[in-house]
Design a binder for this molecule. Structure first.
Ligand code: OAD
Length: 301
């Protein structure tokens, strides 16, 4: 743990080893960057990221909108934001398909995702292969009596702010909220139950579409053995949050480095296509069946 990672290796070698079945316990860490091509905005990309578009919500600082303590005090900005970005339909991206392809080939140990959009499952992964470290938007509950509600019910409430003063409420009067992990709240026990053994067993770590700015998730990459290749695929370098993000305090530095890790800068869907071309899996990738997530269209009036 915490030892030097040797990366004399390059993407060609990683792909040859993947193809030959050398890696049997591939672990994936991913974040919002794998869903941007499905139309879900990320958080910290300058100008496009959510944290740069929050002026109208009148927040004390951008991350407040996803803070548990702020939500309990005033859930309205959270729901206003959700109303503004709620998608009609979510279609898994080539990167989501690639995760399912690794599973289909029998090489995938686990996917650790920070995303709450459920696209890993729509891309074809079974429940047991995914750890949703920051929860999910697809289930919700009353924060007072814990009664559960369906996503269509929540969506209906979200789009009728005139009925509920902009905040979905349970019959008991409690605020209903999705099962997402807000800042300051506990991560799911499944994360802690599985991560030690998964990262100990991991023989290839692929990190896709995340700034690695948020702890404790961003500490996971340091858990793999010193001889395990770590490949970081992202538009920007790990820890390169940009001046504005740093001024706004949007995250922590991490210590992946070009000297010791394989850092592949670029669009993750394009990198997935490159990997599949090098492994000869292009056709296999295109055959992965996907089930787009249709958000309820029957909102009553
Ligand atoms: P960020 O917005 O911090 O990082 C997303 C990264 O993906 C950025 O570095 C982008 O450059 C990169 N990116 C965007 N589109 C890409 C693409 N098509 N191909 C390759 N790279 C791309 O999002 P996360 O790292 O997921 O937590 O953020 C982590 C956590 O911070 C979230 O789960 C959320 C947030 O606050 C909570 O709300 C608790």
């Amino acid at each position: 743990m915490g030892t030097t990672h040797s990366s004399e290796t390059n993407l060609d070698e990683v792909c040859q080893k993947l193809k030959s079945g050398h890696f049997k316990n591939v672990v994936i860490m991913c974040g919002a960057g794998i869903s941007t091509s499905a139309g879900v905005p990320d958080f910290r990309s300058p100008s496009m990221g959510l944290y740069f578009k929050l002026k109208k919500y009148n927040l004390p600082y951008p991350e407040a909108v996803f803070e548990g303590s702020y939500f309990r005090q005033d859930p309205k900005p959270f729901y206003s934001l959700v109303r503004d970005i709620f998608p009609q339909e979510l279609v898994p991206t080539p990167t989501h398909r690639f995760l399912a392809l690794l599973h289909q080939k029998g090489f995938l140990r686990r996917v650790y995702t920070q995303n709450i959009d459920g696209l890993e499952f729509a891309g074809g992964l079974p429940e047991e292969k995914v750890v949703e470290a920051h929860g999910t938007f697809h289930r919700c509950h009353c924060s007072s009596c814990q009664k559960t509600f369906s996503l269509p019910w929540l969506q209906n409430e979200i789009f009728h702010p005139e009925r509920n003063d902009g905040v979905p409420k349970c019959d008991c009067g409690g605020v209903v909220r999705p099962d997402v992990v807000l800042f300051g709240e506990a991560m799911p026990s499944r994360f802690f139950d599985l991560c030690n053994e998964d990262f100990e067993r991991c023989d290839l770590l692929l990190i896709f579409g995340t700034s690695l700015a948020v702890a404790p998730f961003n500490g996971l990459f340091a858990k793999v053995g010193g001889d395990v290749t770590r490949v970081f695929i992202n538009r920007t370098k790990p820890g390169s949050l940009g001046v504005l993000s740093r001024i706004l305090g949007l995250g922590h530095r991490v210590s992946l480095s070009e000297a010791t890790d394989l850092i592949e800068l670029g669009d993750c869907d394009e990198k997935v296509e490159e990997i599949c071309s090098k492994t000869g899996w292009t056709e296999d990738l295109s055959m992965i069946p996907i089930s787009p997530i249709k958000m309820s269209s029957n909102i009553d009036s």
